[in-house]
Design a protein around this ligand. Structure first.
Ligand SMILES: C[S@@+](CC[C@H](N)C(=O)[O-])C[C@H]1O[C@@H](n2cnc3c(N)ncnc32)[C@H](O)[C@@H]1O
Length: 240
């Protein structure tokens, strides 16, 4: 029987899980719901004007990103076609214990069958693929990708140029992110931030904290010695 992940409460009061397999948390400890809204909904889903919006998620996990997407789409009546890849599914009983909502549409995301399209609620079509993302091939062109893998140091096998090239290709040039290299680690940065002020980013901004949290780069960016080397919080030198 698989070991159950532990539930932890994050900075904004919302719950997350700690993976038994990877030892890492599913969300930033600064705030699970806050991170998901900021990174995946505001900087991802809401940046696309497509209808239906075709979303690809790496790591379905707790279903939080799918749930917030469903809610957001409902506000504007947009349809969603959501493909989620997950290698270690979270049991429905554990997802329910996270306390995100008691709305039956959340439970429906978890009870939906694997490997086929299901309209889990009106306007929201879900296809969960139980597979290793590194070995999964897609024929769909996606509008938005939620890259929600564990940190590069936790699972470097998912942070390879080959995988990012494949994801980028699956977006047919619609991506609003750039993949950069910072001191040897891959980082994802919203395109608007890169072009607005060349090679500079506000490392104190909420968006940057959310990006760092989502990509689990705390080891790289919250290390004291490193912060001392950023007197004006603006030195990002080696975008790939
Ligand atoms: C950081 S968690 C995020 C989960 C989810 N997006 C959420 O909000 O709860 C990463 C997820 O990726 C899954 N995962 C890890 N390695 C994977 C792989 N090789 N292929 C597919 N999923 C994987 C984990 O089981 C976990 O659910």
């Amino acid at each position: 029987m698989p070991l159950s992940p532990d539930i932890e409460i994050t900075g904004d009061g919302s719950a997350t899980l700690r993976s038994v397999v990877h030892g890492d948390t599913y969300h930033s400890l600064r705030g699970a719901v806050g991170e998901a809204r900021h990174v995946f909904i505001e900087s991802g889903f809401l940046q696309s004007g497509a209808n239906p919006v075709k979303v690809l998620e790496m790591g379905f996990g707790t279903g939080l990103n799918a749930w917030l997407t469903l809610l957001e789409a409902g506000k504007t009546g947009r349809a969603v076609e959501y493909t989620a890849v997950e290698l270690h599914p979270v049991a429905q009983e554990i997802a329910a214990k996270l306390g995100y909502t008691d709305d039956p549409r959340f439970a429906a995301l978890h009870s939906a069958p694997w490997g086929e399209w299901t309209e889990t609620s009106e306007g929201f079509r879900l296809r969960k693929l139980r597979s290793d993302f590194a070995k999964t091939k897609f024929s769909t062109i996606f509008d938005v990708v939620y890259w929600d893998a564990f940190a590069p140091d936790t699972q470097p096998e998912l942070w390879t140029e080959e995988i990012f090239a494949r994801v980028h290709a699956a977006m047919a040039g619609k991506t609003d992110l750039v993949v950069g290299s910072f001191r040897g680690a891959f980082v994802l940065v919203p395109l608007c931030y890169v072009v607005s002020e060349r090679k500079k980013i506000d490392t104190e901004s909420a968006l940057w904290h959310a990006v760092v949290g989502a990509t689990r780069q705390n080891d790289y960016f919250y290390d004291n010695s490193f912060e001392k080397e950023l007197p004006d919080h603006s030195a990002v030198e080696d975008w790939g």
